[in-house]
Design a protein. Sequence first.
Length: 196
Amino acid sequence: MARIRTGKDGSRKEVIVKAAVTLFYEKGYKAASMRELAERVGVEAASLYNHIRSKTELLHDICFNVANAFWEHIHVVELSDARPIEKLETLLRFHIRQMINNFEEVYISDREWRYLADPYLSNFHNQRRNYRKRFAAIVQQGIDNGEINKIDASTSVLIVLHAVSGIESWHRSKFKISGEELEEHMITILIDGLKK
């Protein structure tokens, strides 16, 4: 029987999760089958269950790995001594780089999370909502100290995050600027648009 090939530091489960990311991105979570996933990692479908419990577990791991990375990053930013506008730039750069360098994972986390089962669905939804509130609180600090134009903080966060999700189009483009150029252009447009 075939075995899942791993790298030097990787586990079999990590190989499965990585293959699931690509499969879920290509076909969507609902349409992806465990049989297809097994083919991608080179084993029988039944062998997958030696390493994972279910397809839902894979979606859980992908979604919460992404969400936790953003959660940990905003915590570090909040604790920094930077001015609010500098914190926003740091957050925005992190979002942009995640969308450029870990696009498939972020895409799945952003689009397929609704297929999580409770209690994970509720937990994930709450984590997303609380993240946006924390982001908006930083915007509000900038408004209060006069660095940022007087706008609705929550609405500005939604606009910024939707702009970053538009990087999906950049990935599909045949003729595109580099990731570094994209990041700088977005920072110029979005941060300068917030500055007073």
